[in-house]
Design a protein around this ligand. Structure first.
Ligand code: SAM
Length: 253
């Protein structure tokens, strides 16, 4: 196994079985949905980079239409399938293992494209550009994106996040990029700060603690746990200076 393969195996050892793969909450998903203008009677909806799919389940329950839940990592999709079964939503969750940069969807085939905590993988502007043609005229896009909330973030937060996500910018920057990619901005709101801990970092931290012993004999896992600890420390110290913002956008023309 290469070092790279060992790293990713360790990463997914840490990340397996968590309720979410990024900060978020059912309440925030519902809030974003409620802020949208009326959807067509049977909206065609995709959830890009769905991970274990908490937001896919909320979308299915609230909208009562099939949600195409798309991710590359099969164990997350299996987790979503099991959760859908538990909630009696199997008939509304369509799982697809695919690359969200090339999801195999026809142009204009979506009324609503959802992406919580996943567009950063493509990059905000690139992701918006790639996904725009998938939306029909007036189609809607909701994405949560890591955003600077303070005009002058502490150096420790800046260094950590610039290394992790060099293109990260602030609210005004993200809005301008969205408009530049051919979207009208319908609204935006920040994810509540406690959703970081309650729904993501807390469960992740618990799992990391359970793996500490195993990491003593596994350098890749030790590295993943150290990086994870650094993310938690940066959030604890400087979490007020950055956060996820939900952006509600409509395809122009
Ligand atoms: C930060 S997680 C967010 C997951 C989920 N939306 C949530 O909030 O729990 C990003 C997700 O994108 C998936 N992913 C990464 N690259 C991808 C790609 N090129 N195409 C599809 N999914 C991808 C990962 O497997 C992961 O589930």
């Amino acid at each position: 196994m290469t070092d790279q393969e060992a790293y990713w195996e360790a990463f997914f050892t840490l990340h397996q079985g968590l309720p979410r793969e990024g900060p978020g909450s059912d309440a925030a998903t519902r809030r974003a949905l409620k802020l949208l203008p009326a959807l067509p009677p049977r909206p065609r909806v995709a959830d890009m980079g769905c991970g274990p799919g908490r937001q896919s389940l909320v979308l299915a329950a609230e909208l009562g239409v099939p949600i195409l839940a798309l991710d590359l990592h099969q164990p997350f999709l299996d987790q979503l399938r099991a959760a859908a079964q538990e909630r009696g939503l199997t008939h509304l969750i369509q799982i697809r293992r695919a690359d969200m940069a090339d999801p195999g969807l026809a142009p204009g085939s979506l009324d609503l494209l959802w992406a919580e905590g996943s567009i950063f993988i493509l990059g905000w502007a690139r992701g918006l550009g790639l996904w725009r043609p998938l939306l029909g005229p007036g189609g809607l896009l909701v994405a949560s994106e890591l955003t600077w909330l303070s005009p002058d973030p502490p150096a420790e937060a800046r260094e950590f996040l610039q290394a992790a996500y060099p293109a990260m910018t602030d609210l005004a920057g993200n809005l301008a990029l969205a408009q530049g990619q051919g979207y009208q901005v319908l609204g935006h709101f920040p994810l509540e700060n406690r959703a970081w801990w309650d729904e993501y970092l807390g469960p992740l931290n618990e799992r990391a603690q359970g793996l500490a012993g195993q990491a003593q004999a596994d350098p890749a896992l030790a590295q993943v746990l150290a990086e994870n600890q650094q993310e938690i420390t940066v959030w604890r110290r400087h979490g007020a200076s950055f956060g996820y913002v939900f952006y509600l956008l409509r395809r122009l023309t």
